[in-house]
Ligand binder design. Structure first.
Ligand SMILES: [Zn+2]
Length: 376
């Protein structure tokens, strides 16, 4: 297997059906990456995550650096061996969590000083430290370290954050390349910033292309700006990035967000929604999400989603899972999460087939009509 090779097999409008070949396996795109924050996709064993159709997982640098620490994971043979997942793993840079979860943050050109949300211990995160942590974890796709500011900030604040992010992208590239053994088998993605401003987005895309990355993320979206504003950016942002490289929309999203983003040329996604929702009683179905805690499911003998082929839907009823979730049984969270992961991966498989067969628009319109037809 090559280090990193992206092949586009078919296009339909702006959408692309591709494959990323890496040493730990192939990633079919458009791809959805389940989030394994603390070296676990919560409530699901790795083999069951794989059975749902996932080719790649996401790990969170910020959480792992604090507990159990990247150095300990490295001593134990790396994140893949530690958690029992031998396929590709993408790690984020830690920047988003450092700037949103931790306390007493102080930003400078060097990086971000912060206090752990767990025990108040002091740490410094910089492009170089982020690259070191992701290398210690043994990440397959490493994300550049960037600076985030709210989309509601002034244009001047946005511009300065984007420009600093591009300087940090260059330092991330150098830091990644200095780990020669790791760099020989892993990939590095740059992150486009610029909030909702087309000119800033273009400048960011050009700066990243000048540095050169294996793939590009559209960053700074899905942070509360709403679907209309996000799609507004996605109408032009993917086209500003190198079309020969994969495009990754970080932190997205709801099923209809994903369908719309694929139509606009996005190849990769991650989101906590299927797993987090599974633990709070929300099940995804092709006719819209349902809250399994609702009393109307107490004696419903049908599956969570009649359109689903997952092991949960072929065995257990809405009534049983309603009982488990209401009773606070651990199995309730496990079954709900497994079903939701299957829902997301089946949607991705259907999107890939629709692109191959040049009928994405019809598929997307049909999906939206059915998905919004009924809300619980
Ligand atoms: Zn199911």
């Amino acid at each position: 297997m090559p280090r990193f090779q992206f092949t586009i097999h078919a296009t339909d409008g702006k959408a692309r059906r591709g494959t990323i070949a890496m040493q730990r396996g192939e990633i079919r795109t458009p791809a959805f990456m389940p989030v394994g924050t603390a070296a676990t996709v919560k409530a699901v064993k790795p083999q069951d995550v794989r059975a749902s159709g996932a080719d790649i997982l996401l790990g969170n640098t910020y959480h792992l650096m604090l507990r159990p620490t990247a150095e300990r994971v490295a001593r134990l043979g790396g994140l893949h061996k530690f958690m029992g997942w031998d396929r590709p793993i993408l790690t984020d840079s830690g920047g988003y969590q450092v700037m949103s979860l931790s306390e007493l943050t102080k930003r400078s050109e060097e990086g971000v000083a912060f206090a752990s949300h767990l025990d108040g211990s002091r740490h410094m995160m910089s492009p170089e430290r982020s690259m070191e942590i992701q290398r210690l974890l043994g990440s397959d796709i490493v994300m550049a370290f960037d600076e985030l500011v709210p989309t509601t900030s002034t244009r001047d604040v946005q511009a300065k954050a984007m420009e600093r992010s591009m300087r940090w992208a260059r330092r991330s590239r150098a830091g990644f390349d200095s780990g020669e053994e790791h760099a020989a088998r892993a990939a590095l993605f740059g992150i486009q910033q610029g909030a909702l401003d087309e000119g800033l987005r273009k400048a960011s895309a050009d700066a990243l292309k000048d540095i050169g990355f294996d793939g590009y993320a559209v960053g700074g979206l899905a942070v509360g700006e709403g679907q209309e504003a996000m799609f507004g950016v996605l109408d032009y942002a993917p086209g500003q990035l190198d079309e020969a490289k994969p495009r990754y929309l970080m932190g997205v999203g709801k099923p209809d967000d994903i369908v719309g983003a694929v139509e606009r040329g996005i190849d990769m996604f991650d989101c906590v929604l299927p797993t987090r929702s599974g633990r709070t009683g929300q099940a995804f179905t092709r006719t819209g999400p349902i809250n399994i805690r609702n009393a109307k499911f107490a004696e419903d003998q049908g599956p969570l989603d009649p359109a689903c082929a997952c092991p949960v839907c072929s065995t257990w009823s809405r009534a049983y899972i309603h009982h488990l979730v209401r009773a606070g049984e651990i199995l309730g969270a496990m079954l709900m999460t497994e079903h939701n992961l299957w829902f997301y991966q089946t949607l991705m498989a259907d999107l890939r087939t629709a692109i191959e067969e040049q009928r994405l628009t019809a598929f997307a319109n049909d999906f939206r009509a059915k998905y919004q037809a009924k809300r619980d």
